[in-house]
Design a protein around this ligand. Sequence first.
Ligand code: ZN
Length: 87
Amino acid sequence: MEDVVDLVLKRILMEDKYGNQCVCEQCTNDIKAIALNNLKPRYIATEKGSVLSKANMFTVQSEIDVTKVLVEAMEKVNKLPKHRVME
Ligand SMILES: [Zn+2]
């Protein structure tokens, strides 16, 4: 799951509208941590009684979910910047 979050986050950050997103280690780690927390229950529920492999679970729908959760996590992190501004 973490790899998927990583991949989708990289894709989001390549979009113009997220060009201003701080991508320091602190912020990206926070974004991923929040996103993983929000995704976990959903994916555990999906896994129950399922014989699908992790790769197969990553359907188009789940990619949309991960994107949504990551954008929400980004907004949370942006409201509470924990990182030190080095400029
Ligand atoms: Zn930052």
